[in-house]
Write a protein that binds this ligand. Structure first.
Ligand SMILES: Nc1ncnc2c1ncn2[C@@H]1O[C@H](COP(=O)(O)OP(=O)(O)OP(=O)(O)O)[C@@H](O)[C@H]1O
Ligand SMILES: [Mg+2]
Length: 233
């Protein structure tokens, strides 16, 4: 069966010459939830930014349902919603509710309907009371939940989350884990939260210096202390 999303030999150096990805390959099956773990600087965010169509591959290829994306980054942008590692990179509207509704409005959904969907997502994440607040005045955990609400509202085919549980209090983290687990969606989660990875994901890759160092079931992989130690986790 053709995978939903395929990455083959993806390499990327930042403009200052820093190598971030060095021949990384992966397959995401339809409906699968994959954890991407690796030490600081191993290349997780750079990988996700490629998958979301923010960066064009310098070498290698990304395919959606077997079709090479090539220069058509819009194909990735249409299929994928990404929660960025830094909520400040994502939140920009004057209120949390408008921010969460923005993506839908940009896709020509009527504002009332977009706002209703956004409000439902805020409720689901336990932050309905923040709807009218300006996002830049929220705490860092509140900002993260607001950023996640905007992506849930869009209901994209594939969701990418970069460190979604960082800065969340234990209750918000549990709530998020339960939401992600319950979403019948293909997902890639870059995280240092190995417990969340084990609970939510059905596969995992460990990346090290921009390459896949190991892949397998989260329980097996993330239970292997020697591997985690070797990969700086
Ligand atoms: N804008 C940039 N310019 C130059 N180098 C960068 C830039 N952003 C990231 N890098 C480098 O690229 C490599 C991969 O970084 P990346 O942010 O993808 O790592 P990460 O696995 O997401 O780390 P973290 O766990 O800290 O979020 C690192 O060596 C990093 O220093
Ligand atoms: Mg990162």
């Amino acid at each position: 069966m053709t995978a939903l999303l395929t990455v083959k030999n993806l390499s990327y150096d930042y403009p200052d010459g820093t190598p971030a990805l060095r021949g990384l390959s992966l397959d995401l099956e339809e409906g699968a939830k994959m954890a991407v773990v690796g030490s600081n600087g191993s290349g997780k965010s750079t990988l996700l930014l490629h998958l979301a169509g923010c960066f064009a591959p310098q070498r290698g290829e990304i395919s959606l349902r077997g079709k090479a994306v090539g220069e058509n980054l819009q194909a990735l942008k249409d299929a994928i919603g990404m929660v960025f590692q830094e909520p400040d990179d994502q939140l920009f509207m004057p209120s949390v509710a408008m921010d969460a509704a923005f993506g839908l409005i940009a896709r020509k959904v009527k504002p009332e309907s977009a706002l209703a969907t956004a409000q439902a997502c805020l409720e689901r994440l336990g932050i309905a009371h923040l709807a009218n607040r300006p996002p830049h005045r929220l705490s860092s955990g509140e900002k993260r939940l607001a950023a996640i609400a905007g992506i849930l509202a869009m209901n994209p085919e594939i969701i990418l989350l970069d460190e979604p549980s960082a800065a969340l209090d234990p209750r918000a983290r549990r709530q998020l884990i339960s939401i992600l687990k319950g979403l019948g969606k293909s997902m890639i989660i870059a995280t240092h939260d190995l417990e969340m990875a084990k609970t939510v994901c059905d596969s995992a890759i460990v990346i090290q210096s921009g390459r896949v160092a190991a892949e397998g079931s989260p329980d097996k992989l993330l239970g292997c202390e020697k591997l985690l130690e070797e990969c700086g986790l």
